[in-house]
Design a protein around this ligand. Structure first.
Ligand code: ARG
Length: 458
């Protein structure tokens, strides 16, 4: 603190006489990371200056000076020319300090009735609403890319797995759409979440509300694009549920990403060889020249740990805080920013990654054992019996060292007399997937119907 120059004092410096320990300053400051909300901080302050005119705290002319001054501060940030001062604590104090340097003492009226407590909550919500919009649009793009790919490659068949054992033939598109379906629900969750973020804290003051008659919070909400005015000032300054929910969303989303990443990692191994990862998303080995590593997918899978960690870490800071604002809440920003950045990057990589090839070769007739059982069901035999008969056929083929399709009609007749010539049709995987034609199934019609539904969502 130097002399009486207001601009050199900490904004809360009045009752403090000692210097802040520099280690404490570094521990306390958030400007190094909350500066990314500079534009929202300026927007919020400009709207607040306008609102203060209704209370008589600012004349229209003063409000205009403040708004114009804030616009200049914003230009400095945009041009990368904003210079932080050593005493700046966070984006709120930095912007106000600079405003004062630019327009003089009238800047000191801006903070009347406001607190950094309602200010920071406002900035974060404004910032996050924009980010959620961009996550919605990237997720929609991802689902569209997947749905379009599924439509293009609807004729590719592959084994479907349970317990990672070959189970039943499916269309590759069906698998792709199963993942796209998770992502479409993620979009639905984002839309619901956005509504809860869209709540105006400004006008809550430090905790008890704004004391100046005439402050029109409804107009403030409208000006800033919030759907509702925070209904309780103590809630407004303390509530970070919207941060927790976003982090939870990111965690669940990353679980979905890790699942498709894992499928693709397995399917791109030489043992499966179903998909080939494009060079743009893989790397080579420094020692083994034949290798093409699915690094992009492994990172996508690995990021789920980091995203879950952001959520778990923040929840630990958030729990047990007494009402209302406490500095613990500053711990909301780094996990939130990191989660949003990581999720955005995951979406962009995943959109680029999807690239299928060569799956049909892995279709084997043992995967048609259920179809063999269903064949007899269509001839009137109860499924519990046919399941057993089909199991005996699998065993017989295994003992003979041949495939199911190699069993002759006579072999099958030893298991049940109702087997006839047409059993040969069972061994066609195309027919197998086409039989699964009920809504949500893997037949061409049912798959294309899923594509249309997913694409029609936006
Ligand atoms: N940098 C602070 C934060 O991020 C702003 C709010 C400070 N409020 C206060 N009462 N110290 O939470």
């Amino acid at each position: 603190m130097q002399g009486d120059d207001f601009t050199k004092r900490k904004l809360w410096g009045g009752r403090f006489t000692g210097e802040t320990d520099p280690v404490m300053h570094a521990f306390n400051e958030s400007l190094s990371y909350d500066q990314r909300m500079w534009a929202q901080d300026i927007r919020g302050s400009q709207a607040y200056a306008k609102a203060l005119v209704d209370t008589g705290i600012l004349t229209a002319d003063e409000a205009e000076q403040i708004r114009a001054g804030l616009a200049r501060v914003g230009e400095e940030w945009r041009a990368g020319q904003f210079k932080a001062a050593p005493e700046d604590e966070d984006i709120h104090t930095a912007n106000e300090r600079r405003l004062k340097e630019l327009i003089g003492s009238v800047a000191g009226k801006l903070h009347t009735g406001r607190s950094r407590n309602d200010q920071v909550a406002t900035d974060m919500r404004l910032w996050l609403m924009d980010e959620i919009d961009s996550l919605i649009s990237l997720s929609s793009e991802l689902v569209s890319v997947m749905a379009n790919r599924a439509r293009e490659e609807v004729s590719v068949l592959m084994p479907g797995y349970t317990h990672l054992q070959r189970a039943q033939p499916i269309r590759w598109s069906h698998l792709l759409l199963s993942h796209a379906t998770y992502f479409s629900y993620d979009i639905e969750r984002l839309r619901a979440l956005r509504k809860r973020i869209s709540l105006l804290p400004l006008g809550a003051g430090p905790l008890a509300g704004n004391p100046f008659a005439g402050l029109n919070r409804e107009a403030l909400a409208k000006e800033l694009g919030f759907e509702v005015v925070g209904p309780n000032s103590m809630h407004s300054v303390a509530d970070r549920d919207f941060v927790a929910e976003t982090l939870m969303w990111c965690s669940l989303f990353s679980v979905h990403v890790s699942k498709i990443a894992e499928d693709l990692i397995i399917y791109s191994s030489a043992e499966f060889g179903f998909v080939a990862l494009s060079d743009a998303y893989s790397t080579g080995s420094s020692i083994m020249p034949q290798k093409k590593n699915p690094d992009s997918l492994e990172l996508l899978r690995g990021k789920s740990g980091r995203l879950f960690g952001n959520m778990a870490g923040f929840m630990m800071s958030y729990k047990g805080i007494p009402s209302t604002y406490n500095k613990d809440l500053q711990e909301d920003k780094e996990p939130l920013f990191d989660a949003v950045d990581t999720t955005t990057a995951c979406l962009k990589i995943l959109i680029g990654v999807i690239n299928p090839e060569k799956m049909r070769g892995a279709l084997t007739t043992d995967m048609l054992a259920t179809d063999l059982a269903d064949y007899l069901v269509r001839k009137g035999i109860p499924f519990r019996e046919t399941h057993h008969i089909s199991g005996s056929a699998v065993k017989l083929a295994e003992d003979r060292g041949c495939t199911l399709a190699d069993l002759t009609l006579e072999d099958l007749r030893t298991l049940h007399p109702k087997f006839e010539e047409d059993v040969a049709l069972v061994w066609d995987p195309e027919q197998s997937v086409e039989r699964r034609n009920a809504t949500g199934g893997t037949s061409k019609r049912a798959v294309l119907e899923q594509v249309e539904k997913l694409l029609a969502q936006w």
